[in-house]
Design a protein around this ligand. Structure first.
Ligand code: NAD
Length: 303
């Protein structure tokens, strides 16, 4: 694909990762970050990120950082907003992008959960506003969900999917602007049942996680749930669901167990205990295992 100019709005955790992906693929990426302390470390963070995954650290030269939004987007063909998750802030950024960026630039938001329609509502150019939901760490997780709002054009979606695929991502077209898109809906359906089983005393938290990691978790990288349904057969799937579906948790609010834990100060890593106890060494070891696993998966995929 022809190299284009990318702009990224917000140079925090996700913005830096997104800029790194485009820079590693040879695109120029201009990052707008208003806070000096964050902006001044951006290029070094990206250089370290490139080293971590075995890429040439000199590719960080493709990234520039600026406090000036107009300068960042003036020549951009594709812009990804990765500013804080606040609707009015995002809407004001998009209003400025429409004013400052080229009239044919694609304007994407990395919002975790906001419907892209709520960001684009009432703004001109809604046909070129699209959701691109990257996952953390942006460099190592292949999926980017591409969310089509009611007004997003098919051409915007197609160009976004092509660009993301060309930089090594696995874009997925989400055809309806629903909360949680696809992957977080699936992930949190699993979390709801996991938390309910602990709350109901069926097993403890470590057992839940061990059951996942030692069974279907091992198959998931090569066998998705619907491939699995085809593999075992649709009649068997229906027979299993006749028994199990009525048994599954269907609460429409967060589990009361979470409220109890929060009231008891069991906040997870940050307080040293959540569903399990976590020493600082345990936390560091788990974070390292995760990065090692993701780097190995990326290398195994030849990327
Ligand atoms: N962290 C994750 O795991 C994750 C995953 C997927 C999506 N997201 C989404 O990505 C977005 C960014 O999240 P993050 O984790 O990188 O947050 P972050 O706090 O690390 O980065 C946000 C950056 O935006 C900057 N900023 C603040 N006001 C700004 C403005 N007016 N214009 C431009 N930049 C501004 C901040 O200084 C900060 O550096 C959020 O919408 C978040 O929900 C986060």
């Amino acid at each position: 694909m022809t190299k284009i100019t990318i702009a990224v709005i917000g140079g925090g955790l996700m913005g830096a990762g997104i800029a790194q992906v485009f820079a590693a693929a040879g695109h120029k990426a201009a990052v707008h970050e208003p806070f000096d302390a964050v902006r001044e470390t951006l290029i070094e963070r990206i250089r370290a990120g490139l080293v971590q995954v075995g890429d040439n650290p000199a590719l960080a030269d493709n990234v520039s950082a600026t406090a000036d939004l107009a300068e960042a987007v003036r020549e951009a063909a594709f812009i990804t907003e990765a500013a804080p998750e606040k609707l009015e802030l995002k809407r004001s950024i998009f209003a400025k992008l429409i004013e400052l960026a080229p009239a044919d630039a694609i304007l994407a938001s990395n919002s975790s959960v906001m419907p892209i329609g709520s960001i684009a509502a009432g703004l001109p150019s809604a046909e070129r506003i699209v959701g691109t939901h990257w996952w953390n760490p942006a460099v190592l997780i292949p999926l980017v969900e591409v969310i089509q709002g009611a007004e997003t054009s098919d051409a915007t979606v197609a160009a976004t999917m092509d660009l993301l695929a060309s930089v090594g991502k696995k874009p997925a077209h989400v055809k309806k602007d629903v909360a949680g898109f696809v992957a977080n809906r699936l992930q949190h359906a699993l979390w709801r049942e996991a938390i309910a089983m602990v709350a109901d005393g069926i097993c403890d938290a470590k057992t839940v996680d061990d059951c996942v990691k030692n069974s279907f978790g091992l198959r998931l990288p090569v066998l998705g749930p619907l491939e699995n349904a085809d593999l075992v057969g649709i009649e068997l799937t229906r027979d299993i669901h006749r028994t199990i579906i009525p048994e599954l948790n269907r609460d429409s609010t967060p589990s009361p167990l979470l409220d109890t834990m929060i009231a008891a100060g069991k906040l997870g890593f940050k307080s040293g205990e959540g569903f399990q106890r976590w020493s600082e060494a345990d936390q560091a070891a788990l974070r390292q295992r995760l990065v090692d696993h993701l780097v190995a998966a990326r290398q195994a995929a030849g990327e």
